[in-house]
Design a protein around this ligand. Structure first.
Ligand code: FES
Length: 104
């Protein structure tokens, strides 16, 4: 039997995937760290891009990209749905799917 969660953040790290409860005002990276998902990161302030991810679902539940993201990501990447996990803040409940996709 499949259990359906109406509002969750699905986090896909390097080897770990988890669906967790969304916490408003908290970044995708903070969700991943709190739930032991192996999400790459270093600076946590929008410069290293290790935490880069693609939002496969639910971008509307995140705050708009920050200045740091506009500085670090190409406009095409932002258009395709890439975000920096440490900058992407959950603003509303719903289904969000984020996959950590670093450059290297
Ligand atoms: S952890 Fe460095 S940009 Fe997010």
């Amino acid at each position: 039997m499949k259990f359906v969660i109406a509002s969750s953040v699905q986090l896909m790290g390097r080897t770990v995937t988890k669906s967790v409860e969304p916490k408003l005002g908290v970044s995708i990276l903070q969700h991943a760290i709190a739930h032991n998902v192996d999400w790459q990161h270093m600076c946590t302030r929008g410069t290293c891009a290790r935490c880069r991810c693609i939002i496969e679902e639910g971008a509307e539940h995140l705050e708009e990209p920050t200045k740091a993201e506009h500085a670090r990501l190409d406009p095409e990447e932002i258009e395709e749905g890439y975000r920096l996990g440490c900058q992407a803040i959950v603003k509303s409940s719903g289904q969000i799917t984020a996959r950590n996709k670093t450059y290297f």
